[in-house]
Each structure stands twice: as structure tokens, then as C-alpha cells.
Design a protein around this ligand. Structure first.
Ligand code: MSK
Length: 638
């Protein structure tokens, strides 16, 4: 096996890695290798850098060095480091949500000419859910109140009222649990600032108290994500099934190629709209038109709503430039490698940063202006068209590898398929299949790529293993993109990998789906923030079964977790009562106490717990075991 094959299972990536080698460019795969061996203190979470007397590294058997200079024990250091990761993730997701809420408010106030409320039905549903009056009111007045309710989530400084989105979207049982355990937040900013205060040097040394504060921050993550999903749907429409394609073969040699990368759909939606208007300009420059492709979660946002193809996911973002055909890469926030800029110098590619909090020295910065959003998008497309004119055709080398993708499964679109089978109570389509033993339950795939393992391998191996075991699969983020690139998001995936029960179940959905394409093996629910769609799915299943979410056979897995956001997502899933697998051993093994709490004791309190297992086959066995245990317990109750 060549080094490239060891790096990634994505065969489209291999020739691009070869090309990088020829150019002498060290990709993220090379940089990951160069970081080995990792420092064991950092790797196990017992390196404390909270104050600048440090770093303090814990040597458990060495008197004096078995604690930090301040006296902090391993469990304090590990707990503090972990909850600070959660705070970072929750801040990123919720700030993304705040930006969308601010935009919706300005739309409702008539200040923005290029945006509008696209999905009025979703606006009404969200308004009713959070207690905003709708009867006889103007759409913009309702939108203003919904946006204001979202913005109020951030600035509240007293402990009451509690966060609106959590209060109105989880089961009664969960709400009671969050209140009893005092992890129910009232204000997002308040909770995150409180956490940073609590973890300051000389503050909280109690790992359990710290973990509970971490869970409170994780619930802020949930709240920010949920409102981001809801308000994005209101502004841009709720995803419906789309057929498109994925992998580097979606980049077109004869077109102006623009990659949309990051997370926030505010600008990328405008680029999609502008591209439709500017095809003639591209043709005048000698191209066959404009081709948009997505990377990371901005890619997932425009895939869900516009059917834009997926070029690749997090770990292979550099490779899109190595095709020599990428004219511009437009980035917004989160998961964007700073290395893109130096790689772009080897080609004609323009890297365009757009947000005030995400700049890369030497790249083009086109400040995103929501007041002139469409014009901002057009300026960026013009930059790409001009770059296309500089493209050296002899340096274009696009791996002709791509797969058909059937995606766009918002919960609404999934329910409309279920409705064709059971018009009176669509959710019973899945609860009946679980009760009948046709499927063993549901698994959510979330999260990133992590080069501590072979790129995309954990995602695909675990998905195939669970599918063979008749588990219904939903996915978001870079996990969903791994599946798209590997051909698992189409009907062929069902034929190849689904067990008999799952095949029968999806077959039944196919008969009544009303779609021209066959349904996929795994249902792509959207971007990272759209994990909230999966949480709503869980809540619906639990309510229909008459139990709490902690009792239903529903698991989550982040096979290649990497970002702080993935730590926050995993943590709130545990608080939601979900057994949550992580395929990378996180930096907390330095404290057996913290490790025990999150993998075992958490189950006694919340019903959810972490499973840390790097081997994909062992992970499948464990997840199936957990699902079977829950199904058995449910049957015993009946
Ligand atoms: S982009 S957070 S690498 S899923 Fe959402 Fe992918 Fe993880 Fe970023």
C-alpha cells in the first residue's frame, strides 16, 4: 500500500497527493505525519496551559510533579481542558446562529433588499413552537419576533427565563432532567462567560462541577445550532430531496469553478443566486459557464437547498486546488485551512475570505456586506471569471471520479416521505419498523475528519457495518460528505450494504416516495448545525413511543471527530440521553476519574454516555449491542 493509500480511502485524492509531492507542497496529510510522535501530556489531557506559569505536565508517580504548580490534580486539569473545548464549539455554533438571526431581523425590518422570508410555512411552525403569535399577523412582524426571540437567547443575564429553543424542542423528560441537574441555561453568552470564569486559575477544582458546567455550555451549543437551522430554513428554504454528485470529478475543466467553503449560508446563497445571473459573463470569458461546488458545511447548506455538488470534505480541501481548475475558493467561517493560501500561489486560484473573524494573510478579503449581498457575490464571481482567464489549461488535472448523490433530507422532507405511507401519523412508519424488529434503531453520523486515522475510513466502515445490521442511518457534516464521495448516498448503496430488514424498510419508502431517484443508504440531513434535525427526529420518536429520548434505540457516532464543535455536539448528545461513539480517543484519558464519569457514570444520570473506540468494527459491535439492549428494554415495558 502506498503512503497515499494509507492516508485516505478516497481514490480521487491519491493522484492529487501525488501531484502535491511533485510540486513539493506538504499537504495536511504530510503535516499530520510530521507531528508524530504526539506529546503524551497533551494527548491525554494532562498538560495545563490555563495560566502562564505553565505549561504544567502531570507525572502521576513523581511527587511534586503529580500536580500542577497551583496544586491542580489530573482530574481538574482534564475536566477544565475538556469543558473549554465545549465552550469553543458552543461559541462557534451559536455565533453562527446569531449572525443568521440578525439577518432575519433586518429582513423583517425591511432593511435588506437581497434576502426575504422564503419558507413561510417553516416560519409559522417555528413561531408556534416558541410561542410567537401568528394569528392574523403579517409575515414580517412574525419574522421580527422570531428573530428577536433568537437574539434574546444570547444576552440574557439572569437565570430565568431559560433558553427558548431548548425549552420548546426537547421532551418533557429531558427538560425535567436538565432543570434537576441545573444544567439548563438561560443565556448563551452568560453560560459561556461563566464557564471561562469557572476554569480560570485558582477557581473550580471539582471535576464533576466542571463537567456539569460543560454540559450547560453544550446545551447552549444545541440551542444555537437549532435556531441556526430554523432561521436558515426560514430565510433560504427547507431542504427537499435533490439529486447531484460528489467528489473531485464534480469540478469541470471547461467551466469557471468556484468552491463554497465554511459554514454560514448567508453569502453562499447569494453566490448561488448571482451565478445563475452571470453565466453569460463566464461564457464571454471563454468558459462553458459557472460551476459551483461545496466543501465542508457551507457545501452541505447549498447542497440541501440548491443541489450544489460536493467537491470534497475537511481533510481533502487542499486537493480541490491541486486540480489546477479551481478558479476561486470562497470561504466564510470555521474549518478552513490557512494552508489554502500558500497552495493557491502554485496555481491561479484566488482564495477569498469574506468574514471579519476569518482572514488569511495574503488572500483576497471581500468583506461580506449583507446590505449589498448580491453585489458582494457578483464581485466575487467576477474575480473568479478573471482568474479563469489566467488558468493554465496544461496544468489542469481533475480525477474523473464522482458518485451520484441523493440528498436534501430535512426532517420535513423525510416526514413527507413517511406521510405517503402513513398519512395520519408519519413518525409511526419508523417506530413500527423498530417495534417489528425490521430495523434495529437509528444512528446519526456527525463530525469531521481526523488524521489520527485513515481519512474517511472510520466513517464508511462503521456505516456499512451498521447498515448490514439493519440500522437506519442519518448523517450531517463531513461524515455525510465522506459517504457522498464513496457512493453511499444513492440506491446502489442500499443494494450493496443494507441488511435484509433495512433493505425492506427503504424499499417500502421507495415505493411511495414519489421521487424519480431511489432513496439512499444514508439520509443526508445537512450541515453541522443541522444535527438539530436529527435531535428533532429523536424527540418525535420518543414522544410517539411514550418514553424519553434516553430510552429509544438511537445512537450517535462521530467516527472522525476533530473540532471543538464536535466535542460540544457529542457532549449535548450525552446529556440528551444518547449513547455517543467517538472514533478518536480524545484527550481525557489522563484522568481515570473523568474518563469513568463520561463513559459510565453519565449513563446513570442522563442515560447517555460516551463510547471511545478507534476500531470501526469494534465500534459497530458496541453500537449494535447498545441498540439491541434499548429495543429489548422497550419490548419489556410494553
Ligand atoms: S465542516 S466541524 S470538519 S464536520 Fe462542519 Fe466538517 Fe467538522 Fe468542520
Amino acid at each position: 500500500m502506498s503512503d497515499f493509500e494509507k492516508y485516505t480511502i478516497d481514490i480521487a485524492a491519491h493522484p492529487m497527493l501525488e501531484r502535491a509531492k511533485e510540486l513539493g507542497f506538504l499537504t495536511t496529510f504530510d503535516r499530520a505525519k510530521a507531528q508524530e510522535p504526539r506529546c503524551n501530556f497533551g494527548n491525554t489531557g494532562i498538560c495545563c496551559r490555563i495560566c502562564i506559569q505553565g505549561p504544567c505536565r502531570i507525572l502521576p508517580k513523581k511527587p511534586g510533579a503529580n500536580k500542577g504548580i497551583c496544586g491542580a490534580a489530573d482530574y481538574t486539569i482534564v475536566a477544565r481542558n475538556t469543558v473549554r473545548l465545549i465552550a469553543g464549539g458552543a461559541a462557534a455554533h451559536s455565533d453562527h446562529g446569531r449572525h443568521i438571526a440578525e439577518t432575519l431581523l433586518h429582513v423583517a425590518e425591511g432593511k435588506l433588499k437581497d434576502y426575504r422570508v422564503t419558507d413561510v410555512d417553516k416560519l409559522m411552525t417555528v413561531a408556534q413552537k416558541i410561542g410567537v403569535a401568528t394569528e392574523g399577523r403579517d409575515v414580517n412582524a412574525i419574522a421580527r419576533d422570531v428573530a428577536q426571540a433568537a437574539l434574546d437567547e444570547f444576552g440574557r443575564v439572569s437565570e430565568y427565563p431559560k433558553l427558548t429553543w431548548i425549552t420548546n424542542t426537547v421532551t418533557e423528560g429531558r427538560l425535567k432532567k436538565f432543570n434537576e441537574t441545573t444544567i439548563m441555561p438561560s443565556g448563551i453568552n452568560l453560560s459561556l462567560a461563566g464557564l471561562l470564569h469557572q476554569t480560570h486559575v485558582g477557581n473550580d477544582a471539582d471535576p464533576i462541577n466542571l463537567i456539569f458546567t460543560g454540559l450547560k455550555a453544550a446545551l447552549c451549543d444545541y440551542d444555537g445550532m437549532h435556531l441556526a437551522t430554523d432561521l436558515s430554513d426560514i430565510l433560504f428554504g427547507t431542504g427537499v430531496p435533490v439529486v447531484t454528485e460528489a467528489n473531485l470529478g464534480s469540478i469541470k475543466a471547461d467551466k469557471v469553478n468556484i468552491a463554497l467553503h465554511g459554514h454560514n449560508p448567508l453569502l453562499s446563497q447569494m453566490v448561488v443566486a448571482a451565478a445563475k445571473e452571470m453565466q453569460a459573463e463566464a461564457k464571454a470569458a471563454g468558459a462553458a459557464g459557472i460551476n459551483l461546488v461545496g466543501i465542508c458545511c457551507t457545501g452541505n447548506e447549498v447542497l440541501m437547498r440548491e443541489g450544489v455538488a460536493i467537491a470534497t470534505n475537511f481533510a481533502t480541501q487542499e486537493l480541490a486546488i491541486l486540480t489546477g481548475a479551481m478558479d476561486a475558493m470562497v470561504v466564510d467561517v470555521q474549518c478552513i485551512m490557512p494552508s489554502l493560501r500558500s497552495l493557491a500561489e502554485c496555481f491561479h486560484t484566488k482564495i477569498v475570505t469574506t468574514m471579519p473573524i476569518m482572514k488569511i494573510p495574503g488572500s483576497y478579503h471581500y468583506a461580506f456586506d449583507e446590505y449589498n449581498a448580491l453585489d458582494s457575490a457578483k464581485n466575487i464571481i467576477r474575480l473568479a471569471i478573471n482568474a479563469y482567464k489566467e488558468r493554465d489549461a496544461s496544468r489542469v488535472s481533475i480525477p474523473q471520479i464522482k458518485h451520484t448523490v441523493v440528498a436534501g433530507f430535512s426532517l420535513e422532507s423525510l416526514m413527507s416521505i413517511f406521510k405517503n405511507i402513513n398519512p395520519d401519523n408519519p413518525i409511526r412508519v419508523i417506530t413500527d419498523a423498530i417495534k417489528a424488529g425490521e430495523i434495529k434503531g437509528v444512528a446519526l453520523f456527525a463530525g469531521c475528519n481526523n488524521l489520527k486515522g485513515q481519512h474517511d475510513n472510520n466513517h464508511t466502515e462503521i456505516a456499512k457495518g451498521l447498515a448490514r445490521n439493519d440500522v437506519f442511518l442519518v448523517a450531517t457534516g463531513c461524515a455525510a460528505q465522506a459517504f457522498a464521495k464513496e457512493g453511499l448516498l444513492n440506491g446502489e448503496g442500499v443494494a450493496k450494504y443494507a441488511g435484509e430488514g433495512l433493505k425492506k424498510f427503504i424499499g417500502r419508502l421507495n415505493e411511495k416516495s414519489g421521487l424519480t431517484a431511489d432513496l439512499p443508504l444514508i439520509f443526508h440531513m445537512g450541515s453541522c448545525v443541522d444535527n438539530s434535525r436529527s435531535n428533532d427526529f429523536q424527540t418525535m420518536i420518543a414522544n410517539e413511543m411514550g418514553v424519553d429520548v434516553s430510552d429509544i434505540p438511537y445512537v450517535a457516532t462521530a467516527p472522525e471527530a476533530m473540532s471543538e464543535k464536535s466535542v460540544a455536539i457529542g457532549s449535548y448528545h450525552v446529556a440528551m440521553g444518547t449513547p455517543t461513539h467517538v472514533g478518536v480517543i480524545p484527550p481525557l484519558t489522563g484522568s481515570s476519574l473523568v474518563h469513568e464519569v463520561v463513559t459510565k457514570i453519565a449513563e446513570d444520570v442522563f442515560g447517555g454516555f460516551f463510547i471511545f473506540e478507534a476500531d470501526p468494527h469494534k465500534a459497530v459491535n458496541r453500537l449494535v449491542e447498545v441498540l439491541e439492549e434499548r429495543t429489548w428494554k422497550l419490548a419489556m415495558r410494553a
